[in-house]
Design a protein around this ligand. Structure first.
Ligand SMILES: Nc1nc2c(ncn2[C@@H]2O[C@H](COP(=O)(O)OP(=O)(O)OP(=O)(O)O)[C@@H](O)[C@H]2O)c(=O)[nH]1
Length: 329
């Protein structure tokens, strides 16, 4: 009797009833659970139904042979592996290499000795255990890689995508907007007089302010592909796919409203009693000449223009208009 933790479910496929029944009885006596099939077709059906740990497979059978069944089993289990042991009479020894090629893992010569059968099963149990460990290690590795990718592309303080993640996303979105011929908007924004905020309220409060503004920007990204990023320091970026320049201005005005509702006090600001943002917007339908660097430069220039116009506003590079002027129109 074997250790119950090593008890296998085994599919025996053999067209000779006496051989099959004797084999099933041996396996049963060893503590395994056995399913029997008298032909390859039924064998495949039972394989799908019971997903056995191991298959003992006769080579020569009327209708489809053992090679056919081995190939069908291998084709059916993507990313998985069920050991297949071929059973063959001595005079079919030359056919065994064909069996291994068809997807078999080992062979036994009939009549099968109980001792040899038990030894082969132990070897297969060991291999299966190793395979399970490998699968779990590779899934751990995949998870660790995903965590690492998240860490390298996200900012600790705000939880937003960081500069590296932003670069990748912008590059991808330019490609996608070029293919779809859709407008893509990039917004750069900067907290107004943030040095004065830190100097007055301290860096801990400064960090908290960055967190809250980061959350607000993230909340403003309603569409699934809109993305807020922390570009660096007190600079944030927003990537807004499928957003034309008029839509970008509407988005910016909504952002300003959200900020004034949040009304984070900024006692040292020279533009308002609460925290404000100045932003630069650029929008284009990318063509073959559009680059991420080009879009960043235009958004940066627009940001600079918005600052020059008095801060607490968003300036569109393409419209040569800011949100304060637009409201007055
Ligand atoms: N608390 C905190 N402060 C930061 C962080 N990153 C950058 N800063 C501060 O942000 C300030 C940016 O200062 P400036 O570049 O002069 O910009 P500003 O004072 O906002 O002036 P304007 O942008 O022209 O309105 C500096 O004092 C930085 O120390 C951070 O992670 N935490």
């Amino acid at each position: 009797m074997i250790d119950p933790s090593n008890s296998l479910s085994i599919l025996v496929v053999d067209d000779q009833p006496d051989v099959r029944v004797a084999m099933a009885a041996q396996l049963d006596a060893m503590g395994h659970r056995v399913f029997e099939a008298g032909d390859a077709h039924w064998g495949l059906e039972l394989f799908h139904r019971h997903k056995p740990d191991l298959v003992l497979l006769d080579v020569m059978m009327p209708g489809h042979d053992g090679y056919w069944l081995a190939r069908e089993i291998r084709a059916a289990e993507a990313g998985h592996w069920t050991p297949i042991i071929f059973l063959s009479a001595m005079d079919q020894a030359q056919d065994l290499s064909r069996g291994i090629e068809a997807g078999g893992d080992d062979y036994l010569v009939k009549p099968v000795s109980v001792v040899v059968l038990a030894a082969k099963l132990r070897a297969m149990i060991r291999l299966k255990g190793m395979q399970a460990r490998l699968m779990s290690m590779s899934s751990d590795l995949r998870e660790a890689n995903e965590r690492l990718q998240h860490l390298t592309e996200h900012d600790d303080l705000t939880g937003l995508v960081n500069r590296r993640g932003f670069d990748r996303l912008l590059h991808d979105e330019i490609g996608s907007a070029r293919r779809e011929q859709e407008p893509l908007t990039l917004v750069f924004c900067d907290l107004d007089h943030f040095k004065r905020y830190n100097d007055t309220l301290g860096h801990v409060e400064g960090d908290q302010c960055l967190r809250r503004v980061g959350k607000l920007l993230n909340d403003a990204c309603h569409r699934p592909r809109d993305r807020a990023a922390r570009y660096g320091g007190e600079e944030f970026a927003l990537i807004l796919p499928n957003t034309p320049k008029s839509g970008a201005m509407t988005f910016a005005r909504a952002l300003r409203r959200m900020l004034s509702t949040l009304a984070l006090p900024h006692p040292a600001s020279l533009v308002a009693p609460f925290v404000t943002l100045t932003g630069g917007i650029t929008t284009c339908v990318p063509d073959a000449t559009t680059t991420a660097e080009g879009m960043v430069t235009r958004a940066d220039e627009a940001l600079y223009a918005a600052k020059a116009r008095g801060r607490d506003r968003f300036f569109s590079f393409e419209m040569q208009l800011d949100t304060v002027e637009q409201r007055a129109l």
